[in-house]
Design a protein around this ligand. Structure first.
Ligand SMILES: [Zn+2]
Ligand SMILES: [Zn+2]
Length: 379
């Protein structure tokens, strides 16, 4: 596409991104030299950054775009205010774009921030021109959200909320601590630029840099470094295959504070019905993806067809045993729920599960050794 064909520039967005960027760099540095900052400036920067970030990840993304859990109205209002503070459009608009992104991921004509159009476009370029003009106010993919009174309240008052939080809050803090300009620069501009670009990295870097343990059908990547700066959203490969799971980092050691927040809120009744994909489906996706990735290496070997068919058939056996294991686990959960607990049957079930678990571990280990040394498949 040459310049002449490009849609018109959205000058308001250009002014916001450029203006806040200059304030956050030149302005913050200049004020630091002539006036200096105190510890409270940085403490409030962190508080405001976390508030904006979690409102987007736990609110806009995992609650409203994907409905991975249900939240109390009090929490929803908090996310709605934090989302306006993050200045990323209303939750309704954001979710609508995001649902299209998932549905048509990497489709350059339909995905609003397709990573296949390059880093700049997926990071920020897509917001600088009228690329979405024809579907800007089309919220048909968010009919459920149009029935959510908090979402519609925020959508209606978005501009007032955005101004009150982005200007009002820093000015108020400045008045309290006696340094209005300092707080406008740090909690206003610097916080906003940091918040913007860390979120934007999910659309750009998280589709470029990292591993693909679950699927290579789209460009999404898992990246622990990105997860650290994005409240856990860096596990984007997992997220794109299991978008209805409230977690993005599923291992205990993976940094996912958004998941920790949603989970903690459940203990005090602020969230409920947290959706999780079964470990069976996750493991299945991982194994199939491992096979997929190995095909490239096997292809170059002599007897490639034979090796591949042995590995595929071993994989099928592994998957069917994994399915059996999952079924027994479900039975155990169901029987625990029943009013009359058949303790004896439960104990038998537990023994079978334990045995199957051991067999599975062994079988999985054997298959992984084979996948790493495909020639062993013929021995
Ligand atoms: Zn994505
Ligand atoms: Zn998503």
């Amino acid at each position: 596409m040459n310049t002449a064909q490009k849609p018109p520039i959205i000058w308001l967005n250009v002014a916001i991104f450029l203006g806040t960027f200059l304030l956050a760099t030149v302005g913050v540095a200049w004020y630091g030299l002539v006036q200096g900052y105190s510890l409270v400036h940085w403490i409030w920067l962190v508080i405001a950054f976390v508030f904006c970030g979690l409102s987007i990840t736990a609110g806009y993304h995992r609650l409203w775009s994907h409905k991975t859990y249900e939240a109390h109205d009090a929490l929803k209002y908090l996310f709605a205010i934090g989302g306006a503070f993050a200045l990323q459009n209303s939750a309704l608009h954001w979710s609508s774009d995001h649902r299209v992104h998932h549905k048509h991921v990497d489709n350059n004509d339909k995905d609003p921030y397709s990573a296949k159009r390059g880093f700049w476009y997926s990071h920020i370029g897509w917001m600088l021109r009228e690329y979405q003009a024809e579907r800007y106010s089309d919220y048909r993919n968010c009919r459920d959200l149009q029935k959510d009174k908090v979402v519609m309240w925020q959508h209606k008052h978005y501009i007032s909320l955005a101004l009150l939080t982005n200007l009002g809050l820093p000015v108020l803090l400045g008045a309290i601590y006696g340094d209005i300009l300092g707080f406008v620069l740090v909690v206003g501009a610097l916080r906003l630029v940091l918040s913007h670009h860390t979120t934007f990295f999910i659309n750009s870097l998280a589709h470029i840099w990292g591993s693909q343990p679950y699927t290579s059908k789209n460009t999404a990547r898992d990246n622990g470094v990105l997860a650290f700066f994005t409240f856990g959203e860096g596990y984007h490969n997992f997220h794109h295959i299991f978008e209805h799971d409230y977690r993005n980092g599923i291992r205990w050691w993976q940094f996912d504070p958004t998941k920790w927040l949603i989970r903690s809120c459940a203990y005090v009744g602020l969230t409920k019905n947290l959706k999780r994909v079964s470990s069976y489906r996750i493991e299945k996706a991982r194994l199939i993806q491992t096979m997929q990735a190995a095909k490239g290496r096997i292809f170059q070997l002599p007897n490639a067809d034979k090796i591949q068919s042995v590995l595929e058939s071993e994989l099928q056996q592994l998957l069917s045993r994994l399915g059996e294991y999952d079924e027994l686990k479900t039975q155990l959960i169901d029987s625990a729920k029943s009013s009359v607990k058949e303790k004896y049957e439960n104990a038998l079930l537990r023994v079978r599960i334990k045995q199957l678990d051991m067999v599975l571990k062994e079988q999985r280990k054997r298959w992984l050794v084979m996948i790493n040394n495909p020639k062993l498949a013929l021995s």
